[in-house]
Write a protein that binds this ligand. Sequence first.
Ligand code: GLU
Length: 493
Amino acid sequence: MGTQEFNRSSIRVRFAPSPTGYLHIGGLRTALYCYLFARSQGGHLVLRIEDTDRTRFVADAENDIAQALWWCGLEVDEGPEQGGSYGPYRQSERQSLYVKYAESLVASGHAYYAFDSPDSIAALRKTNAAYGIGTRRQMDNSLTQSSDVVQRRLDAKEEHVIRLRVPENETVQFHDLIKGTVKVSSESIDDQVLIKSDGMPTYHLANVVDDHHMAISHVIRGDEWIPSTPKHILLYQMLGWQPPKMAHLPLILSPTGGKLSKRSAERQGIPINVRDYRARGFEPEAVVNFLAFLGWNPGSEDEVFGLKDLEQVFSLERVGSAPAQFDLNKLNWFNGQHLRRLDIEALANRALPFLEAHGIQGQDHRYLQEVCLLVRDRMEHAEDLSTRFSYCFVDPERFDLVGVKKRWKADAADLVRGYVDRLEAIKSFGEETLERELRTLAEERGVGAGRIIHPVRLAVSGTTAGPSLFALLHVLGRDTCIRRLRKAVHLLG
Ligand code: GLU
């Protein structure tokens, strides 16, 4: 923690999560916007671990955060693992710095030692509430006692905190790059604790001291931190520091409205932690693309962007202030788009673990790639091969009943039988031959081709929708097609 010559003209952005749990999807959106802004400006991204709240500390959370960023390709320039000249990057390792500034604030009259016990604070709150007055300041503190008495109490290690002395009747304001001017009256701000009784700083003090000491030029964070910012502005003023530029990202709403919380997400089947998206087999580029659009737009019709493309086009000016609604269908759509961008080999590798998990094992890799080519444009998820398209590997267990009712007419069995006879006789099992045979049969029987196409599709796949029928028959191969067609004739009659 040497003294630095801060170069405030360079762009330095920090992502500052608290390791109180696994990184959630909203936190990843913040990290992404920090990353994109830093990269788009040729700046630096700093990862700072805000671990001063020891009561909520979760041991493997930091690792989870690092894994999530790595999975999405969000490379950090400075951080606990990367190092850097503004470290250490864990707040728990910077404690002496915070105490030093808290004490300097006491010395300059902007903060004070407060000895009130939690009980006396609670009691005062209750009485004041009864009279309809707030509880900005308690009485048992260094503002109301002589310095000798205070020193004696400190020497006796009496339990105390250091509180910010919030000025009376002032308007605190700041300019937010997304929300515009934000103003609040200092009367609505309690005297904030800066150093807790365990000697640890609170979020407010540590955050301000570190943003200054790490030469952060832009604070980009979720909009739930807006109420904290006026407190930070006061601290910057009192410490005589220039605050960084502020940008608060729009709230993320659940699909049914209201803030997307752990509980509302769970209720609606939305994975909340980044690791769940990974475990479910979402493409990291799709998650990134989806999150980029949760509050930002490129100002064009284009929607599908890789991380590198986003780095080129992202700007804070195009981040909206209106809340952004989380839409799982949209994420699935993005996932399909990004699956399509993979080469076939990679796509097959993505699908493989899901196939195995569904008991579809020992697939020939070339066959798997052929299937991928066949259904790629219809996939939304790597798991689809083992669910919606499982018929590419195993005979369908049942037929879609609505489809049967609609498509398996009285003459279906006879027509399908006629087609099987032809399939047994042909030499090539190419798409063109398969189609020609079907159309000739339709002509001979005096029916439209659809009259045969639909029952054949039902028979081989159990469903009424899917990829081009002749391409499907070709990929499935002669033996499988003949077996399934005969079985359907037998079962559906
Ligand atoms: N530690 C805070 C969090 O967990 C950081 C908020 C900020 O970026 O200032 O989100």
